[in-house]
Write a protein that binds this ligand. Structure first.
Ligand code: FAD
Length: 529
């Protein structure tokens, strides 16, 4: 189980023991390695400086996909392994990873360009392999998506990908790693690496970043230290004298209330300004559009506590909205929220950020294994490759269960008498803990939050069982209310307060501090500039 609020100190006190593996970073990359290591019977500790999924892994485009556009950049290997992982996750993470129908409209494309796209959707399916694509006439497209009124529409295609709640994927992977015997602690940063006399990396000095920890530190030693810090990988690599290799590329999305842009399928479009591929898709009761792809300068990292969308990006995305949906008249005032993340790209020195490869890379620098790049979709492959590389650094040869990334949710049999939608939602998000959640929460909380598919019970369960330290953990990652409710959930704050205070034992001054902190963060990093 993830720790409950009162158990944090207890876990902290167990850290000072020898570990087989120390995983630094609680995004999907670290989570995947942690899960695979725990299930291979290894003594594994995962530490995350902020909250689980705080980094890029809660700020993605939420697609489990092959990256149709990577075909254009001839990154066939990335596409092939990703579409195969997509198919695997659709089977094994059913209800969490769900199929998504995509329209690819041809807006004034020439016949030759249309042929290229037809070939693209065909190759995409052949790599999976599956066969679920085809041509659409403008009439058929209008029937499927009446909002698409660009008068240059002359044909189109459909194909399938999949979507996910990215933060919940990370949480489920970590949760199942803990259930298999691993130890994980959020708000615990690796500050400095520790070395053996021969110069090999031996562990790390960890600092407690939770308010209750008062900045205490502990030295932790492990046979293998893994750097899974995504866009921040260069910081630890610098401590083993390696030059920077990561190019942080910001990608931002705008989120609209579903009623303003009621799509039932996703759309891939080429931005009218630079022909970059973008996506619009329904997700968690809202409509999301993105992404941008820009270098993220160091000054911005210093100025904002988290990456935030810029005015130029808002303009760029709104331009795409009015190009695709000219009659929608959507503008800044219609935007519900925004979200920005940093891609951890291993740079090859490309001028155009969008042309950098999305493949992952694994380095071994004096015993520090760094795994970075890649995609949410390919986390299982990245975890397997990393563990394979650990083998000769560990005593004994761990048996890695390569094929089954998540526990079988079909084993959950006694889930309450719930309607299918609710049952599937809980099974997908909480796997084998879905039963416990349904049992633990009052019946009237197994109901949807106004206008959203989310349940009130998810809020209570998150606060009670999922290692929440700050209010933003609860509203941005355990639930996604900060993105999907107006004003980051301001209208529901009384009910949120009642749950948070009772489950997290926050006295009034703590609640007031947390609410003010959350509102300031939301305004600066999740609304519009
Ligand atoms: P992160 O998620 O950033 O995790 C690294 C973690 O390390 C962070 O939580 C950070 O707090 C922690 N950390 C840093 N330093 C320390 C330290 N010293 N001690 C402890 N912890 C530390 N992929 C897809 O498959 N599908 C998509 O649709 C998709 N869309 C994307 C859209 C955007 C805009 C972006 C930016 C990326 C997208 N990706 C997508 C890529 C995918 O999101 C990333 O590849 C993936 O999330 C990276 O995960 P990670 O764990 O390596 O990094």
């Amino acid at each position: 189980m993830m720790y409950r609020p009162e158990q944090r100190e207890e876990i902290w006190n167990t850290l000072q023991q020898p570990w087989d593996i120390l995983v630094i970073g609680g995004g999907i990359t670290g989570a995947g390695i942690f899960n695979a290591a725990a299930r291979a019977g290894l003594k594994v500790l995962l530490v995350e400086a902020h909250d689980y999924a705080f980094g890029t892994s809660s700020r993605s485009s939420k697609l489990v996909h092959g990256g149709f556009r990577y075909l254009k950049n001839r990154q066939f290997n990335v596409t092939r392994e990703s579409v195969r992982e997509r198919e695997r996750l659709l089977r094994q993470a059913k209800y969490l990873v769900t199929p998504l129908y995509f329209l690819l409209p041809s807006l004034g494309f020439s016949r030759a360009t249309r042929q290229v796209f037809r070939l693209g959707v065909t190759i995409y399916d052949l790599l999976a392999p599956k066969w679920a694509h085809g041509d659409l006439s403008p009439k058929q497209i209008h029937r499927i998506c009446p909002q698409l009124t660009n008068d240059r529409l002359n044909a189109g295609f459909y194909y399938y990908d999949a979507e996910v709640d990215d933060a919940r994927l990370v949480l489920r992977v970590i949760q199942e790693g803990i259930a298999a015997g691993g130890t994980a602690l959020n708000y615990t940063g690796a500050e400095t690496l520790l070395f053996q006399q021969n110069g090999q990396v031996a562990g790390a000095l960890l600092r407690d970043n939770a308010p209750s920890g008062n900045g205490q530190t502990v030295e932790v030693f492990a046979s293998v230290v893994i750097n899974a810090t995504g866009p921040w990988s260069d910081e630890l690599r610098g401590q083993v004298n390696q030059p920077p290799r990561i190019r942080k590329q910001r990608g931002s999305h705008l989120i609209f209330p579903w009623a303003k842009l009621p799509l039932v399928q996703a759309i891939t479009l080429l931005h009218p300004r630079d022909k970059r591929a973008m996506f619009v898709f329904p997700w968690e009761g809202v409509t999301v559009i993105g992404t941008t792809d820009l270098d993220h300068p160091h000054e911005l990292e210093i100025r904002h506590p988290e990456p935030a969308i810029t005015t130029d990006e808002v303009g760029y995305i709104l331009e795409a909205v009015s190009y695709l949906f000219p009659d929608s008249q959507l503008g800044r005032e219609d935007v519900l929220s925004s979200i920005s993340g940093l891609r951890p790209i291993v740079t090859s020195g490309e001028n155009n950020p969008s042309k950098e490869s999305r493949a992952h890379t694994l380095w071994n620098d004096r015993g520090l294994l760094t795994i970075t790049g890649g995609k949410l979709t390919t986390y299982r492959l990245m975890a397997n490759e990393t563990l394979k590389c650990c083998r000769n650094m560990l005593s004994g040869s761990p048996i890695i269960n390569k094929n089954q990334p998540l526990l079988d949710q079909s084993l959950v049999t006694k889930i309450k008498d719930l309607d299918d939608t609710t049952r599937h939602r809980l099974l997908g998000r909480y796997g084998q803990r879905a039963d416990d959640l349904a049992d633990a929460c009052p019946e009237d909380e197994l109901t949807c939050v106004e206008g959203l598919p989310s349940l009130w019970a998810e809020l209570r369960w998150g606060a009670r069982q999922e290692s929440v330290v700050h209010l933003d953990d609860l509203l941005l990652r355990r639930t996604r209310f900060g993105l999907t409710l107006p004003e980051g959930g301001a209208g529901q704050m009384n009910r949120i307060r009642a749950v948070a205070q009772s489950e997290l034992r926050w006295e009034d001054p703590t609640w007031q501090f947390e609410e003010a902190r959350y509102r300031a963060l939301w305004k600066e990093c999740y609304s519009l500039p």
